[in-house]
Design a protein around this ligand. Sequence first.
Ligand code: NAP
Length: 292
Amino acid sequence: MSNVTVIGLGIMGLPMAVNLVKAGHTVTGYNRSQDKVDALVAAGGNGASSVAEAVKDADMIITMVPDSPDVEAVVTGDDGVFANARAGALWIDNSTIRPDVAVELADAARAAGLRPLDAPVSGGEQGAIDGVLSIMVGGAKADFEAAEPVLNAIGRTIVHVGPSGSGQTVKAANQLIVAANIEALAEAIVFLEAYGVDTEAGLKVLGGGLAGSKVLEQKGQKMLDRDFAPGFRLALHHKDLGIVTAAARAKNVAIPLGSAVAQLVGNIVAEGDGGLDHSGLFTRVARSSGRD
Ligand code: NAP
């Protein structure tokens, strides 16, 4: 059993930390706002009042914050992870950030004596609660093998995909696939509703064929119910589509579908709905079809 520190106890970080407690690890949590630290303590974890305090005895440090600048803010500087963690500790960034930033931060972590892994996750809030996330891991193979027993407490499909940055590259591809799926599902549901089809029956049979997907399973009913509470906020998906469109452009990869859905997500965020779940893309499909 390990001393594990989790920094960032949001929609994903808190249930991940709770699953680590349930697996028998000693878990210390740090979060900017205190209420989430209190929730971890109530679930059997320990609270810390600074990053430095949280990481000083950790064998493994998990960061789970929104974006590249947020990860930089918690790991660098005198009060950050790199300056305060024990030499040899594993640093696992489960946040979704830019692959190039992941590579830079991994180099800085190694220079500080740490063992970095970029390990973004997929599976949503429910996957975090159930401990069944997919985790795509970049970094040294030996460090991956050292982290795997602990990652087993939060994920089910845990795969080493290459050197530092590779995990984030795979996650960018993941976000492209998910966004395109959500848009297609929203369009299909508005289409079915326009024809007065029994949509629950329709989704049931679609789910059993080639159109079936995790997106359909997790988001189909929410679209029928017009329940767009997050989950995964559109603002975060906007961030991720910015990552994939920039990274694709840097390698001259054409992603016309990805670019179109990136525009749609950008528009809905600009209109003030970035706090909706990403299934909230449905609202714009419905509106532009005169059916909201
Ligand atoms: P979230 O609910 O917004 O939680 C983010 C956490 O990070 C909050 O606890 C927040 O603290 C903290 N934080 C934000 N900025 C910070 C900063 N500059 N310094 C220190 N702490 C900071 O986000 P989430 O949905 O858990 O997502 C976290 C990461 O996982 C993102 O990279 C996201 O893309 C990825 N992800 C999310 C999902 C999902 O379904 N939600 C699925 C897969 C991957 P406060 O409480 O003080 O605001």
